[in-house]
Design a protein around this ligand. Structure first.
Ligand SMILES: Nc1nc2c(ncn2[C@@H]2O[C@H](COP(=O)(O)OP(=O)(O)OP(=O)(O)O)[C@@H](O)[C@H]2O)c(=O)[nH]1
Ligand SMILES: [Mg+2]
Length: 215
């Protein structure tokens, strides 16, 4: 397929082929840079694959730091894509094995960083496709429904699923969000390893970006 045709079918490809740069790492809310471009934040349990997904979206190996050690991303890290969209890597919550970041602490972080941020267009809430929603995930969804932050569920590590498992987790996830007011109805299953679902996610996020790079 010709490249032009590709980009018509997948408008997200053009945006996500643009340069992506690290903007800032904010360990505390006061350190967050001023709002400007529309923002998409990536949230979820520690080890859900947030940093890996950001890297895969922008075709970079190690822009966002990934780790086998859950809880690695502690600060809020901001990246800017093509002068059109900001990507925000949030700390994970609720991993049992390390000094556990409780959902209560995570919700405080979300409130402090993103609660009043008018430029926040969507939170991608990542869930490991093999696990489906955990109790912690449900608390996170409840919190975002309560404060009215629009979010979309993105299943990760879908390369680990068999076909029947894939269908089952999609159905269960749609059931989970059916009555949730702030949930986007589309659930996307992705793999940072195989690229599954990545164009679909890029297209969805591209619709939130500004049309022209801000000068
Ligand atoms: N099989 C598979 N493994 C993945 C995928 N994405 C991430 N992983 C693995 O999952 C682990 C955690 O990935 P990270 O991207 O660091 O997870 P995170 O959500 O940023 O974790 P914290 O920063 O600790 O909250 C790493 O070992 C990754 O290699 C995927 O699509 N498929
Ligand atoms: Mg991370």
């Amino acid at each position: 397929m010709a490249a032009d045709q590709d980009q018509t079918e997948h408008p997200g490809r053009r945006l996500f082929a643009m340069p992506c740069e690290f903007v800032a790492s904010a360990p505390r809310p006061e350190a967050l840079p001023a709002a400007g471009l529309p923002e998409v934040a990536f949230a979820g349990r520690s080890n859900a694959g947030k940093s890996s997904l950001i890297n895969a979206l922008v075709h970079r190996r190690n822009l966002a730091r990934t780790s086998q050690t859950p809880g690695r991303t502690q600060a809020v890290n901001l990246f800017e894509l093509g002068g059109r969209l900001r990507l925000i890597d949030l700390p994970g919550y609720g991993y049992a094995k390390v000094g556990r970041l409780e959902v209560a602490r995570w919700t405080a972080t979300v409130d402090a960083y993103l609660g009043g941020r008018l430029t926040l267009r969507r939170v991608c809430l990542l869930m490991d496709a093999r696990r489906g929603p955990t109790a912690n995930d449900r608390e996170a969804l409840d919190h975002m429904d309560l404060i009215g932050v629009p979010y979309q569920i993105v299943l990760t590590k879908a390369d680990k699923l068999k076909k029947a498992e894939h269908a089952a987790v999609m159905e269960a996830t749609h059931g989970e969000i059916a009555r949730r007011p702030a949930a986007h109805p589309q659930v996307i299953a992705t793999s940072a390893r195989t690229g599954l679902g990545m164009d679909e996610l890029r297209d969805t996020l591209a619709a939130l970006a500004v049309e022209q790079p801000l000068a």
